[in-house]
Design a binder for this molecule. Structure first.
Ligand SMILES: *Cc1c(COP(=O)(O)O)cnc(C)c1O
Length: 435
């Protein structure tokens, strides 16, 4: 068999980069096979180095809300880059991006950083500094980047690889992290009953997206899990931190906050707000943000933070992400979900589709619902593996892991939906055969 360019590059990559990739899930370990090396992207399509064309349902793991290489975003980036790419001094673009983020969310001040990981790492330091407490409560299956103290039963890449936590994180670093099951109110109440006066904050994904999509459940009281967390934290003098790195500016104009209206004390953002560049942010109440240096004493900094090109990419993306764009994403998402369910049902493949706004995922499971990580982990990953490869062969690029969301863009239209719909029956058959 002839070696493809992707195979050849992957061989070389593995010599010089651990596992051949710069972020683990890209390596296809959980689905097997060779990762496709991408040469270019345009609108809803990815093109690999062998000339194959794929409908992209990862969208760079969320950021490319408008599709790839959007002409207006490219033009703005070009203009910004021509003025110099980094100054290490304040710029107008940072002010405009901060104003845009604040206009869409309940936060009063925001600080720009370079990755979602940096945002959650910094927000924990701020929460601890502002409350004078050390403990943090997080949820199994919620991923907040590779922050040491949060790599405890984390989802996404860690869940995929089946690593319990990770070597290299000292036990002392995670000793102050409490892990509860997502959507489990009794566990949260018990944790607060025991440690309430030592907990600085509860941090949660605004809607879990890194174990597949698991939305905050609505309880008998009519309130959703986020509202319960905010109330419980506040009753104990702790802060409620909502990680909207994935959901922010994706599931609605105002992220998950725009869907459930639960006001966090602090929030984190990334992905969409960077417009495909390394940019992220954390923000919240002005009195809390005032603890940050240079105003307050909690230290936080970054050579490239608020980079002018990245800020311009993010700002231009957000300005183009109008209510019309979100309505279109919602409609496309509904159409794709219906097609997936129809194809899987026709092939008698047990499955559950869950969503928050336009963000959704498909669990291959006999369960009626997936409320937490235990249920997510019980899915049939072999069926997903077969489904994934059948879709890939037919030109549809899904996440190479059963634990990820499906990401659409505003560039996905009728032609792309048709390609997906055409690929589904054979992929559903492949999943059925693997079940
Ligand atoms: C992606 C993600 C992060 C980490 O962001 P990086 O930019 O990859 O460091 C943190 N939190 C959530 C909810 C995410 O989805």
């Amino acid at each position: 068999m002839q070696t493809s360019r992707s195979e050849e590059l992957f061989q070389r990559a593995q010599q010089v980069i651990p596992g051949g990739v710069n972020s683990p899930v890209r390596a296809f370990r959980s689905v097997g096979g060779t990762p496709r090396f991408i040469a270019r992207a345009s609108g809803p399509y990815l093109y690999d180095v062998d000339g194959n064309k794929y409908v992209d349902l990862i969208c760079s793991w969320g950021p490319m809300l408008l599709g790839h290489a959007h002409p207006e975003v490219l033009a703005a980036i070009g203009r910004a880059a021509a003025e110099g790419t980094s100054y290490g001094a304040p710029t107008e673009a940072e002010v405009l991006l901060a104003e845009e983020i604040i206009a869409r969310t309940p936060i009063e001040q925001v600080r720009l950083v370079n990755s979602g990981t940096e945002a959650t790492m910094s927000v924990l330091r701020l929460a601890r500094g502002a409350t004078g407490r050390d403990m943090v409560l997080k949820f199994a299956g919620c991923y907040h980047g590779h922050v040491d103290s949060l790599l405890v039963q984390a989802g996404s890449g860690v869940a995929t690889l089946g690593i319990p936590g990770t070597p290299g994180v000292p036990a002392a670093t995670t000793a102050d992290t409490i892990v509860c099951d997502y959507n489990d109110r009794a566990q949260v109440l018990a944790a607060f009953a025991e440690h309430g006066d030592r907990i600085a904050c509860v941090i949660t994904e605004a809607a879990a997206g890194n174990m597949g999509v698991v939305p905050p459940a609505v309880g008998a009281d009519g309130k959703n899990f986020n509202a319960f967390l905010a109330e419980t934290a506040h009753a104990h003098g702790a802060l409620f931190v909502s990680d909207e790195v994935m959901t922010g500016f994706r599931v609605s104009r105002s992220g998950q906050y725009g869907l459930d209206g639960v006001q966090p004390d602090l929030m984190t953002f990334g992905k969409v707000m960077g417009g495909g560049f390394p940019a992220a942010a954390f923000g919240g109440r002005a009195d809390l943000m005032a603890h940050l240096s240079p105003v307050g004493e909690v230290y936080q900094a970054g050579t490239l933070s608020g980079n002018p090109v990245a800020s311009t990419a993010g700002l231009t993306t957000l300005r183009l992400a109008t209510e019309e764009v979100y309505a279109r994403l919602d409609a496309t998402s509904a159409t794709v979900r219906e097609a997936v369910t129809a194809a899987l049902s026709a092939a008698s493949v047990p499955h559950v589709i869950q969503r928050s706004g336009n963000l959704f995922s498909v669990f291959f499971t006999d369960a009626a619902a997936v409320p937490d990580y235990t249920a997510a982990a019980a899915q049939h990953t072999g069926a997903y593996r077969a489904f994934f490869h059948a879709m890939l062969e037919r030109g549809v690029y899904l996440a190479p892991s059963a634990f990820e969301a499906w990401f659409l863009s505003a560039a996905h239209g009728d032609a792309e939906i048709s390609r997906i719909v055409d690929a589904l029956p054979a992929a559903a058959q492949a999943a059925a055969a693997a079940y």
